[in-house]
Design a protein around this ligand. Structure first.
Ligand code: ATP
Length: 213
């Protein structure tokens, strides 16, 4: 019952509202230390295949493990993400976790985003290797109610999940940020593994040369 006067009763019906113009936004959370072509292919393939309005790259402020040494100041990671997505109208950056600082649980971040954008459906995109870890995510049962998870199948990982998930098949490359950092330390080329601007930035700023980065 939504309104009542002396002579008129208006009742809600089940079919009254159709959300035809809800926005559909993909989110890729990560450390992006550094961003690489694997991330970009993932984002592009899911965005296109699901017909999303945008895919946002959401760098975290701090690595999930406090003792993780493999991180550099967030401003560098943010800059490299900006360089990576430049010129692609499907891509954008979501800086909410960087602005909040410290460790953010995905559930808390997504709650904030959903509250700020009630007209949006969120698709949380993860690599197939991450799907098996979903049960360990903070308040995962609540999170799966809030966002639609999208997993991109990767070689060697089964398309299985304890949670509702949309599986997307896409050609992926086996690149990881960890591997890129190791290559830089040992003087190997990262050409074609990261966008050219990111490669230039890393070399100009002298990133990942020290053992504890
Ligand atoms: P690291 O090697 O330091 O763990 P990473 O390369 O996995 O880093 P993250 O920033 O941790 O990068 O990853 C963000 C998201 O991108 C995760 O969901 C991860 O599964 C996905 N991802 C990372 N590399 C690839 C890749 N080569 N292909 C597809 N998805 C990827």
């Amino acid at each position: 019952l939504i309104a009542q006067t002396d002579y008129l009763v208006i009742e809600e019906t089940e079919t009254q509202i159709e959300f035809t113009n809800r926005k559909r936004i993909g989110i890729i959370g990560g450390t992006f230390n550094p961003p690489h072509l694997g991330h970009l292919i993932l984002a592009q393939q899911v965005g296109e295949q699901l017909g999303l309005d945008k895919v946002y790259f959401m760098p975290d402020a701090e690595p999930p493990h406090v003792d993780e040494k493999a991180s550099i100041p967030a401003k560098h990671r943010e800059m490299m993400v900006r360089q990576s997505i430049m010129g692609n109208p499907l891509f954008d950056i979501e800086t909410i976790e960087l602005e909040r600082g410290g460790k953010s649980f995905t559930i808390d971040t997504m709650k904030l985003l959903v509250a700020m954008h009630p007209d949006t459906d969120y698709y949380f995109i993860i690599g197939g290797d991450m799907v098996a870890y979903l049960p360990k995510w903070e308040r995962i049962d609540e999170l799966v109610q809030l966002v639609q998870f999208v997993g991109v199948a990767r070689h060697g990982y089964a398309k299985e999940s304890l949670y509702p998930i949309i599986w997307v098949d896409a050609p992926l490359v086996d690149i990881s940020s960890t591997e890129i950092r190791k290559m830089i330390k040992t003087g190997r080329s990262i050409q074609y593994l990261v966008p050219d601007d990111v490669k230039e930035y890393i070399s100009k700023e002298g990133l990942y040369l020290d053992e504890d980065e």
